[in-house]
Ligand binder design. Structure first.
Ligand SMILES: [Zn+2]
Length: 306
């Protein structure tokens, strides 16, 4: 049975690392193989669909392609295992133009194992592609997450969310509807009608001012109430992820920030800075989630983000 390729992948089929997140094991299995087949296929279409006929496609269908290396889930993947994977990544391919590593259920790797992957994921040899799968993105280290192209298999399509909102919240403007839809997609929010558009709009403004370098002190004006601050940090992280994706793909990608705003922020933030900021915001988010003092976290965030 053929599995369809995720739209994020077909739009960006040449990136070096993907993370496919889905609660459904069959979907993680099927989609990761479908992406690997597309990468290895010798005659894939413009839309990144594999031809199904070349030697690589035939071997992928049979599960015997020597350049598709699957590190199965259920094996305890130690730091040493990861080092072996890294060494293998630097060896030439067997027969295809690329070598694809499928790391199943990478959310079950411990911190040191994920860290051991960082460097090769960030700058793999040109012929290497990584496909990580996870049942939830939460257990993937932020440092890893900001270096891969995340694809969510859990969320409803953005258009569905937008349609739902158009019916349920007729008072919203079209730009508010799209903003909420992108937010819901970024965080797997099921109950979109409960999202607070005014608050998200306000935090989005602040995120833009901060990321475009117009007002770096704005961190001091972030809310200090726990729930509000968590929402605010999520908005910032989503914006940073959008900027990182624009850098990774070299294309202006629609998202919570409009194309104009993301392009402005993109010119002010380097890839390295985007990674560092994402890590910092996520660190702060996790502290707040663990009931750290909001004011202390904001002071820390302010100092570190300068
Ligand atoms: Zn093919």
């Amino acid at each position: 049975m053929s599995t369809s390729l995720p739209a994020v992948f077909t739009a960006n089929p040449n990136l070096h690392a993907y993370l496919y997140v889905s609660g459904d094991m069959n979907s993680r299995h099927g989609v990761s193989r479908a992406m690997a087949k597309s990468i290895l296929c010798r005659n894939r279409t413009e839309g990144a669909e594999p031809c199904g006929k070349c030697d690589c496609c035939i071997k992928m269908d049979a599960g015997t392609h020597p350049d598709c290396i699957v590190v199965p889930a259920a094996v305890k993947t130690t730091v040493d295992d990861i080092r072996d994977i890294v060494s293998e990544a630097y060896l030439a391919t067997n027969e295809a133009d690329f070598k694809v590593f499928i790391l199943e259920d990478a959310d079950e790797y411990n911190g040191p194992s994920q860290n051991a992957l960082l460097k090769v994921i960030e700058e793999p040899p040109s012929f290497v592609r990584f496909i990580l799968t996870a049942s939830s993105a939460g257990a993937i280290l932020p440092t890893v997450r900001s270096r891969v192209c995340s694809i969510s298999g859990n969320v409803k399509k953005i258009e569905n969310t937008a349609d739902e909102l158009r019916k349920a919240r007729q008072e919203l403007s079209e730009s508010q509807i799209m903003m909420l839809s992108y937010f819901a997609e970024g965080y797997d929010k099921a109950d979109v009608s409960a999202l607070d558009e005014k608050a998200i709009e306000n935090y989005l403004d602040k995120a833009y001012l901060f990321l475009s370098g117009k007002e770096t002190d704005i961190i001091l004006s972030l809310p200090s109430k726990r729930d509000e601050l968590m929402l605010c940090l999520q908005v910032f992280m989503l914006c940073i992820r959008q900027i990182a994706l624009v850098k990774m793909t070299g294309k202006l990608t629609a998202g919570i920030l409009s194309e104009k705003l993301v392009s402005e922020c993109n010119s002010k933030v380097s890839m390295k800075k985007a990674h560092a900021l994402y890590d910092l915001f996520e660190e702060c988010y996790l502290s707040i989630e663990g009931y750290a003092n909001s004011n202390a976290v904001l002071t820390y965030l302010f100092e570190k983000s300068r």
